[in-house]
Design a protein around this ligand. Sequence first.
Ligand SMILES: [Fe+2]
Length: 204
Amino acid sequence: MHEGYSLSTYIFRKRIVIWVIGMAFEAKSFENLIGIKGFSDTLLNNHFTLYQGYVANTNKITDTLMAMLKDGKTGLPEYAELKRRIGWEYNGMRLHEYYFENMSKLGRAPDKNSKFFKKVTEDVGSYEMWEKAFKAAGTMRGIGWVVAYYEPVAGKIYNAWINEHDVGHLCGAIPLLVMDVFEHAYMTDFGIKKADYIEAFFLP
Ligand SMILES: [Fe+2]
């Protein structure tokens, strides 16, 4: 390890190096969610297909950027535009993984003994108040995500609105709960009733 670099910096750099040399991302399977309360199989299967598109595009852009780098084409506007776009595709991929991973057939009722429950109670007065704030962010007009982040510097939990996939993330914060509020996440089952979808997302 280079003197002066912390372990986290080293790990971060190692990840970047791995990404640059073209390690392909693989789509995960979330078939275990089929049959979950509140969501039809059709909605879920469409959503899985859409997620797989983000994985494929993240790989495609990564490979194209690498090829352009090798060919000395980094000065082209095409390179710049793909470089700008990679965050959108990558976040589209990872946010969907977090979203599917935080859904469970076992029910979504909060564990009152969990650190999360205790922390939001401490931060905003009650779990119910935190949930109300999270749902309120979700019902805002627009497409994107609502993410409950743990912000380690302040030691607090924040509900953030992410516009599309890439605008509004809190630097250094850790996503704890992720909710998709793009129309594809609910229109198949709920039409334009986004609030009903959000209630289904929180079904116990
Ligand atoms: Fe989605």
